[in-house]
Design a protein around this ligand. Structure first.
Ligand code: KIV
Length: 272
């Protein structure tokens, strides 16, 4: 599906809420740069997430922890320049909001002012309540993130499915209800059992966006490099690959190298 500029109506938190109410699923993908954002936005993706997964897929780090606030702002401002329609959410990176609520607000204001983004996402529940209140009080839309929260990887120890046991599942439900009561406009649930995600999506009025959380939520999010098959090694069960860009790009680049070596490129028509 491609969207003509004249048909463009910018996505808002209000529209996302309406989509939940009328049962229209929300599409969300990560984006980190201008060119990719242009493609995703024109293809009709509702929400673009400038995820701290940029730390993995753009910078090659093992975890999301090393990416800095300045680097997130660089990625976010590049994405914003490519977007006409989508709602753009930016992850507050590790270390930019956990200290206290003033630090969380300062980091958020830098993101909003310096990138032009439309909202922020934070990982966690009750433990970051004060920060969420402070950010919301400045008029910035906040998306929550519960379940597998990659910024806490060294606490969990693994990237396996979260909240399989009742105690953790109940804490997740309580946190989701709290995030809604505080005023978050949506919540990402990452890598939790499908039945638990269904319970949360049915209980809450705000949109629930899943990644590895099954089909019974209000929308889906994937890391764009994973769904396009740019990354070969990452193969979790929840991932559907829509293209094999790794092979397509490798073939194209190998052909280019061959043509340069054989002096086939450039030909007369490709020269001045
Ligand atoms: O950073 C990211 O890509 C995310 C998604 C996995 C939801 O937070």
């Amino acid at each position: 599906m491609s969207v003509h500029k004249s048909d463009l109506k910018k996505v808002t938190t209000h529209q996302l809420q309406n989509m939940k109410e009328r049962g229209e699923k929300i599409s969300m993908l990560t984006a980190y740069d201008y060119s990719m954002a242009t493609i995703l936005d024109a293809a009709g993706v509702d929400v673009l997430l400038v995820g701290d997964s940029a730390s993995n897929v753009m910078a090659g780090h093992e975890t999301t922890l090393p990416i800095t606030l300045d680097q997130m702002i660089y990625h976010a401002s590049s994405v914003i320049r490519g977007v006409n329609r989508a709602f753009v959410v930016v992850d507050l990176p590790f270390g930019s909001y956990q200290g206290n609520s003033s630090e969380a607000l300062r980091s958020t204001i830098r993101i909003m002012k310096e990138s032009g983004a439309h909202g922020v996402k934070l990982e966690g529940g009750a433990e970051i309540k004060e920060s969420i209140i402070r950010i919301l009080s400045a008029g910035v839309p906040v998306m929550g993130h519960l379940g597998l929260t990659p910024q806490s990887i060294y606490k969990f120890g693994t990237y396996t499915v979260r909240a399989k046991e009742e105690v953790e599942a109940q804490k997740l439900i309580d946190d989701a209800l709290l995030l809604q009561a505080l005023g978050c406009f949506a919540i990402v649930l990452e890598k939790i059992p499908s039945e638990l995600a269904k319970r949360v999506a049915e209980k809450l009025e705000i949109p629930i966006i899943g990644i590895g959380a099954g089909p019974h939520v209000d929308g889906q999010v994937l890391v764009v490099h994973d769904m396009l098959g740019i990354n070969k090694e990452f193969k979790p069960r929840f991932l559907r690959r829509y293209a094999d860009m790794h092979s397509i790009m490798t073939d194209a680049v190998q052909n280019y190298v061959k043509d340069v070596k054989s002096k086939d490129f450039p030909n007369d028509k490709e020269a001045y």
